[in-house]
Design a protein around this ligand. Structure first.
Ligand SMILES: [Zn+2]
Length: 496
């Protein structure tokens, strides 16, 4: 592929401006010029080694999937109808049965789906820390830009909730082992070095599973590794009712505890935040934290609806995520943008306050970049930005519009309208064909890995399924009394 590349005659979609016809020059990994006037565009044509006539297309910054778990791509169809705390028993059982080849297949399958949907970057919040090297290599091979955040945790949800699991499940659901801090730190340093020695597209982040799933000493490790390696941090936060019911156990609530301990800063992205209070949102906004909004996953798990207008009201930066394929469904940020746009309209109110397509576009692009630690470097179409771009068909059955601006694109486009995708100045999808890797081989391998996984689950899954009615009964009983039996975390909360 030749470079400099001029993408000519596209309808340029940039969060800061109206859509208009223009030309974008990509040199190396970056956008070096954007021109709208005829004379300027002529000059750019003279500088280009390759000119792509993008007539009839929108050119947009690639979208960022700001919260996801790559392993879930092999688990489509296993979702069931369960709240997070019960669904988690299933997904961790499947996850533990996965090996390196399965994880590699999942990463590439998810990459193919995302690329076809105009997504150029994602966060992979990964429980499979033992296969981190394989994950990083697979993300490198995917052609996408990735923040790879391996899990860090040592506290079980079921201990927190004081939920006794049936004895039959004990061998299948061991609590997380204590974190060997020196070993974790050494492994993390080596992962950071591996990623930094690569293409630069894949960066390692810290991935504390959730603050309540980390003991006080693990909070210290989180802070120390963040500062030692200058990395972004990705964590779940206040996702479910059950988690909200425990929030009072940290003096002032979890967000206040995080603020006291220096965990809140601009490199942090918190996924979900469904149950944050107004005051907590304000604290996060004041610390320049990003919240990743995952409306499809939250609705599918019955977790609730994050109040997007309340985030906007306090200036809290919000990105969009798809979460795991076996919770949120498709890794399709078009669908997520529409859901995020529609949910605040469900109760009516003043339509002047309803989120617009243009705002959702900014969440999926500019704000998403912050979750990658690349705020200001990715997510806009402007000179100096990294060249992560998508060409979207504007003259297709589903997209031809009376007014073909960004709002129409957000409301009507979908993965089927995505024609081409560029990451870091390289075409990874061109005219509907993936160039970054052999998609047919990935599909064949993923099918094979699913068959192997199914075989490995043959004895374990029936044990879990048999126990589920009992587990569900215990969970519902505990949630009816608000998980109030659990006391004393406040005293054990991270201190100094
Ligand atoms: Zn998640």
């Amino acid at each position: 592929m030749t470079n400099p590349i001029l993408i000519d005659n596209a309808a340029i979609c940039d969060a800061g401006a109206e859509t208009r016809a223009g030309s974008v020059l990509v040199e190396g990994t970056s956008i070096t010029a954007v021109a709208f006037a005829d004379d300027d565009r002529r000059d750019l044509r003279a500088r280009a080694a390759e000119i792509v006539d993008a007539t009839g297309h929108w050119l947009m910054p690639g979208m960022v999937d700001a919260h996801a778990h790559s392993y879930g791509a092999l688990l489509r169809g296993t979702e069931g109808s369960l709240p997070l705390e019960l669904w988690a028993l299933h997904t961790t059982l499947y996850g533990r049965a996965m090996d390196g080849p399965a994880l590699r297949a999942a990463v590439l399958l998810g990459a193919a789906e995302r690329m076809r949907g105009g997504i150029t970057g994602l966060i992979d919040h990964s429980p499979m820390v033992g296969f981190a090297g394989i994950s990083i290599a697979a993300h490198e091979a995917s052609g996408l830009r990735v923040g790879y955040a391996p899990f860090l945790h040592d506290v079980s949800d079921y201990d927190l909730l004081d939920l006794k699991l049936p004895a039959a499940l004990a061998p299948l659901t061991p609590p997380p082992p204590p974190v060997d801090e020196d070993a974790y730190a050494a492994n993390f340093a080596s992962l950071v070095a591996t990623a930094r020695g690569g293409s630069g597209r894949v960066q390692v982040q810290l991935g504390p599973n959730a603050p309540q799933r980390c003991s006080p000493s693990v909070w210290k490790l989180w802070r120390a590794l963040r500062d030692r390696h200058d990395v972004a941090v990705h964590t779940h936060l206040l996702e479910t009712r059950a988690q909200a019911s425990l929030n009072h156990l940290w003096p002032g609530g979890m967000v206040a505890a995080m603020a006291r301990e220096g965990m809140l800063e601009g490199r942090l992205t918190c996924a979900h935040g469904v149950w944050l209070t107004d005051a907590e949102r304000e604290v996060l906004a004041a610390h320049d934290v990003t919240v990743s909004h995952n409306p499809a996953s939250n609705l599918m798990l019955g977790s609730g609806v994050m109040p997007l207008p309340a985030c906007r009201a306090c200036g809290l930066r919000v990105a969009l995520g798809t979460d795991s394929a076996n919770t949120g469904g498709r890794h399709d940020l078009w669908g997520v943008m529409r859901l995020a746009m529609m949910l605040p309209r469900r109760d009516g109110g003043d339509p002047a306050g309803w989120p617009t397509g243009l705002e959702m576009f900014s969440l999926a692009t500019e704000a998403g970049a912050a979750s990658l630690g690349l705020h200001g470097r990715v997510g806009r179409i402007a000179a100096g930005q990294l060249a992560d771009l998508a060409l979207v068909r504007r003259q297709a059955a589903g997209t031809l519009a009376f007014d073909g601006g960004i709002d129409a694109m957000v409301r009507h486009a979908g993965p089927e309208a995505v024609d081409s995708v560029m990451v870091d100045g390289v075409w990874t999808l061109r005219s509907g064909r993936i160039l970054a890797f052999d998609e047919a081989a990935v599909l064949t391998d993923a099918a094979d890995q699913i068959a192997r996984l199914r075989a490995r689950m043959a004895t374990q899954l029936p044990v879990l399924l048999a126990a589920m009615p009992d587990v569900t009964r215990r969970f519902l009983a505990a949630s009816r009394d608000g998980f109030r039996r659990r006391e004393g975390i406040g005293e054990a909360s991270p201190g100094g």
